[in-house]
Design a protein around this ligand. Structure first.
Ligand code: PLP
Length: 404
């Protein structure tokens, strides 16, 4: 089992004060906090072997290259990809999605269809709209119900031989719903469509197995799983990555360059033009090591406990409504107080040292569905405690008193 008080010692930031109170950090769905081992990996890199990779013969460059490629191997093992070269290190989820969305320009024609879900983050909507604009393909949306669950019977009716691509997030960042991605992938493959799963929100809670899922592309960001910002991954099946054209041209991604013709490097370098986030990649590996040392089963069961406790305590507040009530959800609670703007609640709660997110959470279509301007979102991580949830409940009660 998980010893939360010991774990909290690993995160220096959890000791700081905000507005005279000990920080309570409940904005984990936006970015997670960073444990000392990951901070140490960053300091070690810049203190001891900062150098550009892949090109140098000198010792520092070789050490940096080795560390970066070891990190790639760790990512491969974590996601259980078949080959290391199926792991493209990118600047994050958004970058990864854009590599695929841009690459698919070559494969789509007018009238082809792309399916996304009603639960998507903006970064998983806009690139597909741009792709549709370029190709004449049509965007179809799997709708959701009041609980924030996808209507899978409607999904069945959207699929056809026109469907070329399906894009769904594994877990919704706004509501915490866990989507039935196994079923989504299997049904898409039956009509010959490729599937990209956005795992930005699931990777902090579960350990995906891309081979077992048989998914074509899987993307995530390190900064939501205890790693630094500016680095993430694009997993793609080898055959897809070979078919996709490069996204950016530049150094590192070439084989031979003349002014007449350039040939591209093999995988994964074809998609890694320019100097990558070397330190970030290495720290990403350290973050995966750290999370695996705690264990994803332990993380999931503890976070579930927090979710149940938080849901029960918050619902005791009269006039509080929770959005996203699927049985299948992670430790994200999106809520509002009757007749009070979420921003006003967030401001008062911050004065009491508690970090929650307010707004549309980059998922405006979900807010439109519920006809609300936004929500207050508390997202819990394995380093949070029930005492912190009690503090949030007290703060929300206080906000309610002051604002109504
Ligand atoms: C955070 C998030 C993204 C965007 O990730 P970036 O790191 O900002 O690129 C995309 N999808 C979901 C579901 C997210 O939670």
């Amino acid at each position: 089992m998980l010893d939360v008080h010991k774990i909290r010692e690993d995160f220096p930031i959890l000791k700081r004060e905000v507005n005279g109170k000990t920080l309570v950090y409940f904005d984990n769905a936006a970015t997670s906090q960073t444990p000392q081992v990951v901070i140490n990996a960053i300091v070690d890199y810049y203190s001891n072997y900062n150098a550009n990779i892949h090109r140098g013969v000198h010792t520092l460059s070789q050490e940096a290259t080795d560390a970066y490629e070891i990190a790639r191997k760790k990512v491969q093992e974590h996601f259980n990809a078949q080959y290391t070269h199926e792991i493209i290190l990118t600047s994050g989820t958004t970058h990864s999605i854009n590599i695929v969305a841009t690459g698919f320009t070559n494969f789509l024609s007018k009238g082809d269809e792309i399916i996304v879900s009603a639960l998507e983050h903006h970064s998983n909507i806009v690139p597909w709209q741009m792709l549709c604009d370029r190709t004449g393909a049509v965007l179809k949306v799997i709708p959701m119900n009041e609980d924030g669950e996808l209507l899978m019977d409607v999904y069945d009716t959207l699929l056809s031989d026109k469907t070329k691509l399906v894009f769904v997030n594994h877990i919704s960042n706004a509501l915490g719903t866990i989507n039935p991605i196994e079923e989504i992938i299997e049904k898409a493959h039956k009509v010959g469509a490729a599937v990209l799963i956005d795992g930005a929100q699931s990777c902090p809670h579960v350990k995906p197995d891309v081979q077992a899922l048989d998914v074509d592309f899987y993307v995530a960001s390190a900064h939501k799983l205890c790693g630094p910002t500016g680095v993430g991954l694009l997993y793609g099946k080898e055959e897809w990555l070979n078919k996709l054209p490069p996204y950016q041209g530049g150094g590192e991604m070439i084989d031979q360059v003349t002014f007449e013709k350039t040939t591209y490097a093999g995988l994964p370098h074809k998609f890694e033009a320019g100097t990558p986030n070397i330190c970030g990649g290495i720290a990403f590996g350290a973050a995966l090591d750290y999370m695996n040392s705690i264990g994803f089963d332990n993380i999931a069961s503890y976070e579930n406990e927090l979710l149940e406790y938080g849901t029960k305590k918050l619902l005791e507040i009269e006039g509080l409504k929770i959005y996203g009530t699927s049985k299948n959800k992670t430790s994200v609670i999106s809520f509002n107080l009757e007749n009070i703007h979420p921003y006003d609640v967030g401001t008062i709660v911050d004065k009491l040292g508690i970090a929650v997110r307010t707004g549309h959470h980059c998922a405006q279509p979900i807010m439109d569905f519920y006809k609300i301007p936004g929500t207050i979102r508390a997202s819990f991580s394995f380093y949070n405690t029930k005492e912190e949830i009690d503090a949030l409940v007290e703060a929300v009660k206080r906000a309610k008193m002051m604002l109504s």
